[in-house]
Design a protein around this ligand. Sequence first.
Ligand code: FNR
Length: 347
Amino acid sequence: MTTDLLAPFKLNNSIELQNRVLMAPLTRCMADDNLVPTQAMVEYYARRADAGLIISEATIIRPDAQGYPNVPGLFSDEQIQGWKKVTDAVHANGGKMFAQLWHVGRVAHPHFFDGEVLAPSAIGIEGSVPRMRELTYQTPKAATTEDIKGLVADYVKAAENAIEAGFDGIEIHGANGYLLDQFLHFASNQRGDEYGQTPENMSRFPLEVVDAVIAAIGAEKTGLRLSPGAYFNMDEDNRDKAVFDYLLSELNTRELAYIHGGIFDDSMRFESLDNQTISEYLRTNYTGTLVGVGSYDFDSAKQAISNNKFDLIAIGRAFIANPDYIEKLKQGQELTAYSDEMLAELV
Ligand code: FNR
């Protein structure tokens, strides 16, 4: 069986994508000092509107969510207006766009805001903020249940702001060692209350966020990114699999727009996941629409989708190197190779 990745795909009853190739969320650190998207960002995203769905760079839900310089936010009016220009330009070019909602938890740094660094437990990470080596990470404060309530409310507010800003939906960033992921792994969650110790408890806060966002904007507009295998700002623990088994069994009843793996290379196998890759593990345990990602090219993605490994592909670095990625595929043109130096400029 072959699958045409460039043919339209019905995501659900309210969203149809022009093709199955998504632009992965890609942090570029180019918002202005009020964390407002700039005109260069409007043009950058508009150029990529022929992707099936653009997922925005991770966008912080409130000030203490910040761990990197000049990342955009979705909590001030100015930020909403800035994003409106982006979504208008993407829509004018025929595209669709979700906002990725982000809180980095213990990867935050108080250099960027007034207040404490919040995480499930008071367990810090080694190292320092990228590009700002003098800012070493701090031991976070374990969030109180009051803090957790406030966080859920702020995810909802950011989701509502995203809709006001014209996004077609949102992706909750539950991957890559950031706040929600920190609740889901034993290495970062050592709480003794109803948010720790058991799969049900460790899944509680992520599910509260998912349910509250669904109640606010609808499940068909809500996607979720997850990293069941620990690979970034996180240590692997063989007990984590039971947490994700439970979480996914719950998510199977929610009718989300999709679940998206969070990984850089999907050939990586995780001992903690019975030696499966991220997409294998998610496909086995999740019954809804699955987005594959991680060092795929168009041909390997096509093969994986034909073999029913996942339903949609997200492409990251190749979309940085090739604003015209989709057009080049259609024309059979050679792609420009990605290099890290390309991150210096928004093209
Ligand atoms: C990323 N990635 C990422 N992931 C995420 O969930 N939110 C983000 O904001 C970012 N930011 C980001 C910036 C840069 C410069 C890179 C290279 C990657 C991960 C990204 O979405 C994707 O999972 C990986 O890049 C793997 O896909 P590719 O690049 O192999 O197609």
